[in-house]
Design a protein around this ligand. Structure first.
Ligand SMILES: [Zn+2]
Length: 347
């Protein structure tokens, strides 16, 4: 390949929250032999902040969302030369929670644990003025965002210039979330949380299958553009979307044992059902790929103009085979916000 000059990639994530919005952004710093270091925005996301939460809690929500985005990026860039994953927040309270010990309210505990589980993430403090996500959480229009937004802080590329780290200690803000240990009750809660945690896959933060595919394409483009002179730019192409789709389907099928009867890998490595019906070989999606399956069902349901269970299932089966599809389709349609809001059946 031509791109042999790429030596390494370091990823940096930033998060911030205001009462208005939660905002995160990830940057890649790429080092080449005999070429200037490059830094650029990889992915950014902003969403409306959950209501009635304190600022430290919102900051924690932002950091948690960032940890999941970084995990997603890590999955997609698997096998690439990403050497380090750094996360930057401007809240010392959040850093205290992430680094500290102690017993915190369930809200703090759940998110902190999920963050700590991703051990490869290194957390740091960033002054607010240097936090690009601060612009996102204040709701600034993209056109008004400058260099900081598109490239991240100038100092990212030189570790010696990284900001000094403040001492992270207990203070009145983070202490508010401290609870007195109630042993028995806590133990029960803990068991429940852990089972939730395993179900909480990285897919769940994407509101739609389309968004998931789009972000995946951008990440794949980034890898490609790092290595090749011919750069991908402009609108997404069908082949790129197809490749992203294939990537997620293969991930979703990872747990399926090869010995499963009636399944066969096609030339692209995708497991398909081979039944008695000639020329009908739908893509198999196991039940434990539920998040992916739900996203696809939701997509099809929308394509069918928010059609009911039967029509959604019919369309699904043209391409996919999912065990217990009916109950999944029911759940997805039941939870569809558009249907809830506009399509309530008259009595
Ligand atoms: Zn709907």
């Amino acid at each position: 390949m031509h791109g042999v000059s790429l030596t390494r990639v370091i990823l940096h994530g930033f998060s911030d929250a205001s009462k208005l919005a939660v905002s995160i952004a990830a940057y890649a710093v790429t080092t080449y032999i005999a070429a200037p270091v490059q830094q650029r925005l990889l992915v950014a996301k902003s969403r409306i902040a959950p209501k009635d939460q304190s600022i430290p809690r919102l900051e924690l929500v932002a950091a948690h969302t960032l940890s999941r985005l970084m995990h997603h990026v890590k999955e997609v860039l698997k096998g690439e030369r990403v050497e380090e994953y750094h996360c930057w927040v401007d809240s010392t309270t959040v850093l205290y929670w992430i680094k500290g010990q102690g017993t915190w309210s369930q809200f703090v505990r759940n998110r902190t644990k999920a963050i700590q589980d991703k051990e490869y993430l290194q957390w740091h403090h960033v002054p607010t003025a240097d936090n690009p996500s601060d612009q996102g959480s204040r709701g600034m229009a993209p056109s008004k965002m400058g260099e900081l937004w598109f490239r991240g802080p100038e100092w990212l590329r030189t570790q010696e210039e990284w900001p000094d780290q403040p001492e992270v200690t207990e203070n009145s803000e983070n202490r508010k979330e401290r609870i007195k240990p109630k042993h028995e009750k806590q133990l029960l809660v803990k068991v429940k949380e852990e089972t939730n945690e395993t179900r909480d896959t990285l897919l769940s933060k994407y509101a739609s299958y389309w968004k998931l595919l789009r972000v995946t394409v951008f990440l794949k483009r980034f890898i490609h553009n790092c290595r090749n002179h011919k750069k991908y730019k402009g609108p997404l192409m069908t082949e790129e979307l197809h490749a992203a789709e294939k990537f997620w389907i293969i991930q979703g099928q990872a747990t399926v044992s090869r010995a499963d009867v009636g399944l066969k890998k096609d030339e692209e490595g995708i497991l398909r059902c081979v039944g008695r019906v000639p020329h009908y070989h739908p893509v198999f999606l196991p039940r434990n790929s539920k998040q992916l399956a739900s996203l696809i069902v939701q997509q099809v349901h929308e394509q069918m103009l928010h059609g009911g269970v039967s029509i959604t299932m019919c369309r699904m089966r043209e391409k996919y085979w999912i065990p217990k599809l009916r109950s999944l389709a029911k759940t997805v349609i039941h939870n569809c916000n558009v249907c809830k809001r506009y399509l309530k059946k008259p009595i």
